[in-house]
Design a protein around this ligand. Sequence first.
Ligand SMILES: NC(=O)c1ccc[n+]([C@@H]2O[C@H](COP(=O)([O-])OP(=O)(O)OC[C@H]3O[C@@H](n4cnc5c(N)ncnc54)[C@H](OP(=O)(O)O)[C@@H]3O)[C@@H](O)[C@H]2O)c1
Length: 304
Amino acid sequence: MGYQILDGKSTAERLRKDIAERVKTTVAQGGKRPCLVAVIVGNNPASVAYVSNKDKACREVGFESRLLQLNTDITELELIEEIKKLNRDKEVDGIIVQLPLPSHINPDAVIAAMDPAKDVDGFHPISAGKLMLGLPTFYPATPMGIVTLLREYNIETRGKHCVVLGRSNIVGRPIANMLSQKGIAKTASLSGGCGVSGDCTVTVCHSRTPDIKKFTLQADIIIAAIGKANFLTADMVKDGAVVIDVGINSVEDPDSPRGWKLVGDVDFEAVAPKCSYITPVPGGCGPMTIVSLLENTLIAAENK
Ligand SMILES: NC(=O)c1ccc[n+]([C@@H]2O[C@H](COP(=O)([O-])OP(=O)(O)OC[C@H]3O[C@@H](n4cnc5c(N)ncnc54)[C@H](OP(=O)(O)O)[C@@H]3O)[C@@H](O)[C@H]2O)c1
């Protein structure tokens, strides 16, 4: 049986074009460009790289993108004050705080200080609570990218068994929640109208789950989000499964000039032949995450 690649790169490219068109029309009609502010504390190279990717993506679709880079020695209260300023700034539609923050700052306190109407990362407790209740809200970008990809490829979720590997607040928990919603989960979505399909039976596995293979072998859909290179092997996957690889891991690669390469949580070469659909790494969930952030920012601007 042949497998099909869930091409996040080209899907995201298409969705980005739709967003850019929408911005162009708004601006032509005298409206303002959506504005996203990224807050970053310190200059951790990985965080700087993530933020500059988001900045580039914003500019490409015609958004205004601002970076608020703050010194590592900023106090929690000072940072919260900065967030409150952004909350009050009428020009700003979306705010993201790049994590991790330095250890003297409690990220929960900072995120809770954000206006939920500008919480385009969907990390605020109000956003998370609404997601759990099935109310319309901003959904975190990575899970939103996954459900968008499933929708774009017409992959049925109703009645399917989905096994999620990982229970983080940014990937595992929200995707498990979204896919188990009754009927249509009400994400704020541009292209999908009002939602993404749920009705999955969901199993969440984590580092305390014994014999993960027992669960993955029963799965119609596997979502791997644990951050362990090539964790999901062919013997753990049943024939015809849909496999979504969220992991981003850097491993040594003597064949690459830089000496390393990025791989997912799935042993792609061995697993792919057993699948009906599978995401590659890179080019799967990564670009879908960024376009989902753009989509949330556009919606935040339009909600105003
Ligand atoms: N493509 C994207 O845009 C994107 C976005 C976000 C994240 N990611 C990637 O996705 C991966 C996960 O990210 P995250 O932020 O969710 O990570 P995280 O916060 O570190 O959470 C990892 C989860 O995996 C579980 N886990 C770790 N080792 C395990 C094992 N051996 N067996 C079973 N479960 C295990 C942990 O269990 P416990 O809860 O028991 O500790 C935890 O729930 C990372 O590689 C990250 O870089 C990619």
